[in-house]
Write a protein that binds this ligand. Structure first.
Ligand code: SF4
Ligand code: SF4
Length: 136
């Protein structure tokens, strides 16, 4: 069984939206299948999605654009405009390998995400499943 460096992590999302802001090395990479799902959700073509909402990714492919204020272009006052089809990276936050690699990394992320350290202990199998997804 995989060990987690963070013992009994607690997490409860408050909906503050801070994780939907880029900068400081944060970006949201998207797969081709996620692009098709986002375009369908918005009722636009793939080429329009790429022109208006995406940019070339740091590791090839595409990532979601961030506006001048740092917010994801899909972030609206009411929340994520593509919530049902939001990318895997968004769905698995904060259970990312780089955030769970050490206690220090977990605590550092808590400065960005106020949900870290709140609420109930998240079951280990939930975290492991998200980690596997985010590594895939
Ligand atoms: S930063 Fe954390 S608490 Fe705020 S919306 Fe994102 S996951 Fe939820
Ligand atoms: S796609 Fe949605 S959940 Fe993901 S960063 Fe943008 S607004 Fe947030």
């Amino acid at each position: 069984m995989q060990e987690l460096p963070v013992d009994r992590p607690r997490f409860e999302c408050t909906g503050c939206g801070r994780c939907c802001y880029g900068g400081e090395g944060y970006y949201v990479a998207v797969t081709a299948a996620e692009c098709r799902a986002m375009a369908a959700c918005l009722g636009i073509s793939l080429s329009w999605l790429r022109r208006r909402y995406l940019e070339p990714g740091e590791q090839g492919g595409y990532s979601i654009r961030f506006a001048d204020d740092g917010a994801c272009v899909f972030l609206a006052e009411t929340g994520c405009r593509i919530y049902p089809v939001r990318p895997l990276q968004c769905r698995t936050y904060p259970w990312w390998p780089e955030i769970l690699r050490s206690k220090q990394a977990w605590r550092a992320e808590a400065k960005r995400c106020e949900g870290i350290g709140r609420g109930k202990v998240v079951p280990r199998h939930v975290i492991i499943a998200s980690l596997r997804l985010s590594r895939a």
